[in-house]
Ligand binder design. Structure first.
Ligand code: ADP
Ligand code: MG
Length: 343
């Protein structure tokens, strides 16, 4: 099937918190097409987060498990173009009839229907017929159905009949796993510190993550040079966003409170409990490292403490990091979280 890329299978689609619901629903749909309540299954998410990969995985898996079923994966653009051709040739009925014979219809990027009113009519007729016959529909979209402007309300209400599941940006650990899987599949190996560097710094979407890895490999073979962290830093300069957003003291306070399960008000009060004192000191340390606020302003954010308290806190954190490895791990992990949030 020329429409389905054999590399896009569930096995190569790494699961993480970012995509668990969508991936599992996709598997269910592939195992029991038309027979679950996930009909239609709508998978939505931003660019490069895996909509096409997941949609195609469903198609490939249906073909593997149910070889007699008719599966069609089609991009919305192609659907719309085909429809317009048939419309010009007065063959709309042929077009609709063709789609009504399909058991599992996967339509990618349905947001493109927004400007195609007539194509929406055809999609509506096809959707109704397939759904009534217990056939499976899978749709992907760059927005949740409720935000698809320019789409007929009767279509949107049908999109909501089944399950809408989103794809989000994978977290750091999942990005590492994705890179490791890609390397394994392509028979490549990058040093661990380079993998971490890439995963850490390329955090917008998976396509960019792959792009970064490919440029790295290209540079390395071009310059006949081993990939090390130095080379990675040079190559990835283009990828890493230069305009990082300014993170606020409030945001850091929230992250630390969440991390240590410390109530926010305790952080500001004069509590002397050790855990809380440490959480407060770490927060001040991070606020000094990651914001442009003065020591005075930072102190004011902690229930009106003065700048010498902030200086003392930062020094204490540095000292403890040298002597207490658990403490250091916590600070390192929090530092990573704050850096990620600031990108
Ligand atoms: P979209 O259609 O949402 O723009 P794609 O499905 O084209 O995104 O994904 C972009 C790239 O990222 C593809 O090469 C895909 O294989 C890869 N990708 C996305 N998510 C994952 C994942 N969870 N595991 C492995 N690869 C992924
Ligand atoms: Mg896509």
């Amino acid at each position: 099937d020329p429409q389905l890329n054999p590399a896009y299978v569930f096995d190569s689609f790494i699961e993480g918190d970012c995509n668990r619901v969508a991936r599992r629903a996709g598997k269910t749909v592939a195992e029991k097409p038309g027979a679950s309540s996930f009909n239609p299954l709508v998978i939505y998410g931003g660019v490069g987060l895996g909509k096409t990969h997941l949609g195609q995985s469903i198609g490939n898996e249906v073909k593997r498990l149910h070889p007699h079923k008719i599966v069609l994966y089609v991009s919305s653009e192609k659907f719309i173009n085909q429809f317009q051709d048939h419309s010009r040739n007065n063959a709309i009925n042929d077009f609709i009839h063709f789609y009504q014979l399909i058991d599992v219809l996967i339509i990618d990027d349905v947001q493109f229907f927004a400007k195609a009113e007539k194509s929406q009519d055809a999609l509506f007729a096809i959707f109704n017929h397939l759904h009534q016959s217990g056939k499976q529909l899978v749709l992907t979209s760059d927005k949740p159905p409720k935000d698809l402007d320019g789409m007929q309300e009767r279509l949107l209400s049908r999109f909501r009949w089944g399950l809408s599941a989103d794809l989000q940006v994978p977290d750091y650990e999942t990005r590492i796993e994705i890179l490791e899987r890609k390397m394994k599949n392509d028979g490549l190996e990058l040093p661990k510190d380079v993998v971490k560097y890439v995963a850490y710094n390329i955090s917008n979407n998976v396509r960019e993550l792959e792009g970064a890895m490919i440029s790295l490999l290209a540079q390395s073979s071009l310059n006949k040079r081993e990939i090390d962290l130095d080379l990675a830093k040079k190559v990835l300069r283009n990828f890493i966003r230069t305009s990082s957003k300014e993170i606020t003291i409030d945001a850091i306070q929230k992250m630390v409170c969440e991390f240590f399960a410390v109530p926010y008000d305790k952080l500001l009060q004069k509590t002397r409990k050790r855990e809380i004192v440490q959480a407060r000191q770490i927060t001040m340390y991070l606020a000094k490292a990651f914001t442009k606020n003065s020591l005075k302003t930072i102190g004011e954010h902690f229930g009106g403490r003065d700048h010498t308290t902030v200086i003392h806190s930062c020094q204490t954190v540095k000292d403890l990091m040298d002597t207490d490895s658990l403490f250091r791990e916590n600070v390192v992990e929090l530092t990573q979280k704050v850096q990620l949030a600031a990108m």
